[in-house]
Design a protein around this ligand. Sequence first.
Ligand code: ATP
Ligand code: MG
Length: 415
Amino acid sequence: MRLYHLSLTNFRNYIRLELDFPARLTLLQGGNAQGKSNLLEAIHYLATGRALQAEAERELVNWLALEDPLPYARVAADIIDDHQSKRLEITLMPANGSGRPLNFRKQVRINGIARRALDLVGNLRVVLFVPQDIELIAGPPARRRHYLDVALCQMSRAYCRALAGYSQVLAQRNALLRALQERGITSTRSSDQEQLRFWNEQLVEHGALLMTERQRFISNLDIEARVCHRQLTGGREHLQLYYVPSFDPSRRPAMNGQLPLALGYKEAMLAPFPSPVEIAEVFADHLRALYQRELTLGTTLVGPHRDDLRFMVANRDLRLYGSRGQQRTAALALKLAEVQVMTRETGEPPILLLDDVMSELDATRRQMLLKTLDNITQAIITTTDWDDFTPAFRAQARLLRVSDGKIEEVSPGEV
Ligand code: ATP
Ligand code: MG
């Protein structure tokens, strides 16, 4: 799979862009605030269907274009996948009846045919490296769940569908619990009970699939990340990753209404992970055990929406005890491991997007990252400074310069 053309209209600070990509390396240089990250964000958006930073799709639409009578933005990519060319396209248009400030809705097309957003994901697979990756280690659990979802959705259609289903059911279930809470009903009417039972069934079914896939992915990541991490630290430190689901899927709850304890490190390592059917049963038991408590609080207290992922060095949690340098190293090992796992799972390497990460790394880490590029089909790399790369490296790449949302090719002699 390879990206050979990108076309942007009113996306962030790109009013209009038509850009070809070479088979292997593209190096994009520009000063601050010229459009480096925005370009990678556009590619990432097509790969994942999700905006990187933006809270609303409106933020992706060029500010000037927002003043147009019929504002819109478009991101389109031509890719070759399995010897077939495909055109992936997202258009953002004002939602019907939307007042100012406008809400935008996404319209997805593949080869010109309208498709669901779900169908987009997985066509173009990317792994993005950004300086903020350290937040994967140091940040809140939601950041890590988002990371798992973005990676897993690109690899597995089934995961993506289950995630969409789970999120939808969770929202409905929470709405029902809130309504019951507001009405102050503790022993609820039978129609409410029936509805809740319906949501529970769906929740545990989708939830069990998410947990199974997360566990599998994390244990694969763990194996690869250990190797990368050992190389990055010259064998001095040993990284371990483990999955911390919101409840222990191999143990029935004590029906006392207490929240389940987070799975300890040793337990997580030792216990074999149960089958999806068994997970679903234990999940359902937890919902039963927490029933009164969920009614009082008006929200769903267990499930994959409360999962976490933990990074350990020498039996210490890096999020709590790691130095910034250790956290940065673990984040890099995680990303390098993700590239390996994705390559193995899908049979081909993802496209690497490196956003200004070289300047942050010391010589060893830089070298490790550049070595990964040997096994990669295509990489798009941004930098503020050409000197982050050796002339020999630059000679292998197509060199581009971005300034105020416009991109021009430069020759090696000019940099
Ligand atoms: P840095 O080196 O600081 O990371 P960058 O080249 O990566 O810079 P980008 O993040 O790509 O910069 O942003 C480029 C510019 O695009 C910024 O000035 C930003 O304010 C602007 N921008 C962001 N969203 C929009 C939008 N919707 N419309 C117009 N401009 C936008
Ligand atoms: Mg940037």
